[in-house]
Design a protein around this ligand. Structure first.
Ligand SMILES: Nc1ncnc2c1ncn2[C@@H]1O[C@@H]2COP(=O)(O)O[C@H]2[C@H]1O
Length: 393
């Protein structure tokens, strides 16, 4: 019974949001059991390939049960790796679940269990505490060389050219955006995470979008980029465009995160312009490429709209179910310019192509979606902590 427990600890140290990110990054399948002395019965979250598919708390199941767990602070967890044969009752992406769960706690919709109110923000990773991005077990088949870096070494230098990749074999690195206003630490990455932009093959020279430093001793595996480049060039144009658009999303999020860390240009608030394009009921399961005009992705927090992304021609609107990388439709609102024109995409066609990829390329794509998810989580934490001083209004 005890042998398949692969991770256990306290939610007071590792909040549920961070725990779900970690299990998600590793693509874990199994059951997360949460126990608290404040509750008579334990709760369960069922994960398949890193995504919560169902949850149970007594007679409460699905999304309602899962949301409630965001309010559990003085609780212990155990993750048991095993097959999960449940229909996916929870349809939202991991990122949407985390963002919504935290928002519902902030808004007081989900009560905090086992803690007095003044402590309620403490256990979540604070604005100065960097989230950590991990990855699945490393597949050594595509590792052609190994490199060692010591604490503080600069592994990647922002704005330099470079289009090779590493996978982290051991240790932790920190991603830092350098600007004229100062250095903005964005997040940390550890075992299994990839370093390097996935779309770098497309350009003559990939300009590094951030600097990366070793935190302690780090061992990196150099990824066989020729192998990846060959596979990448065999992808359909549509699939390549999806990856390019996801990479753009990640870079824009890193811009927003940087501005928040450096406390420059507070994120735009107020009612967005343009017309509403996508919401929970309408277009829920649809995906589109923009063929003309622009789309603006906003999240609503504490009655304010925060402008996260500007999407243009060739970009994707909507969520590809297995990719887990979009904020809309559940956690974000999309507004569009008057001249917008879009072309629908069939998710099943994209999925077929994805399923045929090598596990390495799949891992690299998942790494990008995890980066989007973790960076968004950090943005929300920064906004929340900045917003706490506004709460009095
Ligand atoms: N927000 C982010 N989340 C995760 N990794 C990032 C983020 N921003 C930059 N990086 C990493 O930092 C690297 C800098 O060089 P590249 O642009 O080639 O690829 C980038 C990514 O690997």
């Amino acid at each position: 019974m005890e042998s398949n427990v692969v991770l256990k600890g306290s939610l007071a140290f590792l909040g549920l949001a961070e725990l779900l990110q970690q299990l998600g990054g590793g693509g874990s399948t199994g059951i997360l059991k949460i126990s608290s002395s404040w509750s008579g019965v334990p709760g369960y979250i069922y994960l398949k390939n890193g995504n919560p598919v169902d949850a149970e708390y007594g007679k409460i199941t699905g999304l309602e049960a899962l949301n409630g767990f965001f309010g559990w602070r003085k609780a212990h967890f155990e993750f048991m790796e095993e097959d999960v044969n449940r229909d996916p009752v929870i349809k939202k992406s991991r990122m949407e679940l985390i963002l919504d769960g935290l928002r519902l706690v902030d808004e007081g919709v989900i009560p905090i269990m086992g803690e007095n109110d003044s402590d309620s923000h403490k256990s979540r990773s604070g604005p100065d505490q960097l989230p950590v991005l991990n990855g699945p077990v490393v597949d050594y088949v595509y590792v052609v060389d190994e490199e060692i870096f010591q604490d503080g070494d600069e592994i990647v230098i922002q704005n330099r050219f470079g289009n090779w990749f590493w996978v982290i074999l051991e240790g932790t690195v920190e991603v830092v955006r350098i600007t004229e206003n100062g250095k903005a630490p964005i997040l940390r990455m550890t075992e299994g995470a990839f370093i390097g932009s996935i779309v770098s093959f497309l350009r003559d020279g990939n300009v590094r979008s951030a600097s990366i430093y070793a935190v302690g001793r780090v061992q990196l595996g150099v990824v066989d980029s020729e192998l990846i480049a060959r596979e990448y060039s065999s992808l359909s144009e549509m699939f390549q465009n999806i990856l390019i658009s996801m990479d753009k999303r990640m870079k824009q999020l890193t811009d927003v995160c940087t501005a928040l860390v450096l406390k420059h240009s507070p994120p735009l608030s107020g009612k967005p312009g343009g017309k509403r394009f996508i919401d929970k009921k309408q277009n829920e399961h649809k995906i589109f490429f923009i063929t003309r005009g622009q789309a603006f992705v906003y999240v609503k927090m504490k009655k304010k709209y925060i402008h996260l992304l500007t999407l243009g021609v060739g970009d994707l609107i909507g969520r590809i179910p297995f990719l887990n990388a979009a904020h809309e439709p559940y956690s974000a609102h999309v507004y569009v310019s008057d001249d917008i024109a879009v072309q629908p995409i069939e998710a099943s066609v994209v999925e077929q192509e994805y399923e045929a990829l090598s596990s390495t390329l799949k891992n690299m794509i998942q790494n990008m979606t995890n980066s989007i998810s973790v960076t968004t989580g950090r943005i929300f934490d920064l906004i929340r902590s900045a917003g706490q001083s506004d709460d009095a209004d």
